[in-house]
Design a protein around this ligand. Structure first.
Ligand code: 5RP
Length: 273
């Protein structure tokens, strides 16, 4: 692995713990103006100082993130289908590698849909993107199991999807937490980061999920709705950082969240309206 690729990966996984807290704000590319992300800039701005990387599309990067931003960018480069369709797997690469380089991205991310009607196309796209990534020094993150079929997300399926992604050359894999998650980690030879999924009932439940994922071997989180759909997103991000970087217990992180609620900005009024 050449210096440029290693440098990009190192910037996303700070030496403090070797783990990462990625902020996922790429939902709009297929969900449209998701709740609390209607005004993306207002939601993202206060959170940037507390994340190790931000995952988003080129459209939101250009319109809603100031160019002075020093946070590494994970650029989502796949898309082409929306929640208006039953089959979400019909994605293609929508942002070419030269755009990722122009935008100074630290990694590119695309979804793979293992077991779905467009499995072949999305896995072939991953292979092609990895080849481009290897020749330009750009890490590629494969995103597994996005979609409506939540019941698919068991350890057997996720281990298969993550392993296939790594075998095709993905440098990082994003997946979901599940019972038996350590089996998913064991079978995947590259770092795994864990998404949060739809907003859980309360912040403690999301902190538990993050804690379990890290304890079972995840290299970090790439979380969205459970952060910015919380009325206290900055406090939530700080509590998650304590788990991911400082090995805080769920109780310590929950107490930190409770204490930070009063001292950190709430979700912007625009997002709460
Ligand atoms: C959707 C994504 C999201 O980035 C991923 O699902 C993480 O966000 P959340 O924690 O809200 O699930 O890939 O396109």
């Amino acid at each position: 692995m050449d210096w440029g690729m290693r440098n990009r990966i190192a910037r996303m996984f700070p030496a403090r713990s070797g783990h990462t807290v990625m902020l996922a704000v790429d939902h709009g590319y297929f969900m449209g103006p998701t709740r609390h992300l209607e005004n993306a800039g207002a939601t993202i701005g206060p959170l940037l100082p507390y994340c190790d990387a931000v995952a988003l599309t080129r459209g939101i990067l250009r319109t809603s993130v100031p160019p002075s931003c020093e946070v590494p960018v994970v650029l989502r480069v796949s898309g082409g289908v929306t929640v208006l369709h039953e089959d979400l797997s019909h994605e293609a690469v929508t942002t070419p590698m030269h755009e990722a380089l122009r935008l100074n991205a630290c990694a590119v991310a695309l979804s793979v849909f293992v077991g779905s009607p467009h499995e072949h196309e999305t896995l072939s796209a991953l292979g092609a993107l990895v080849s481009e990534g290897e020749s330009t020094g750009m890490p590629v993150m494969a995103i597994t199991a996005v979609g409506k079929e939540l019941e698919k997300r068991d350890a057997r399926y996720l281990a298969l999807a993550c392993r296939v992604s790594a075998e095709l050359g993905a440098h990082l894999v994003k997946t979901y937490y599940c019972d038996g998650f350590s089996k998913v980690v064991e079978a995947c030879p590259v770092p795994l980061v864990v998404a949060g999924g739809p907003k859980l009932d309360n912040e403690e439940a999301a902190l538990k999920l993050a804690h379990a994922a890290i304890a079972e071997g995840a290299s970090g989180i790439d979380m969205g709705r459970n952060i910015w759909q919380s009325p206290h997103p900055v406090a939530m991000l700080k509590a998650l950082r304590a788990i991911v970087h400082d090995r805080a217990t769920v109780r310590e992180a929950t107490e930190l969240f409770a204490g930070e609620k009063a001292n950190t900005p709430s979700a912007p009024a625009a997002a709460l309206a």
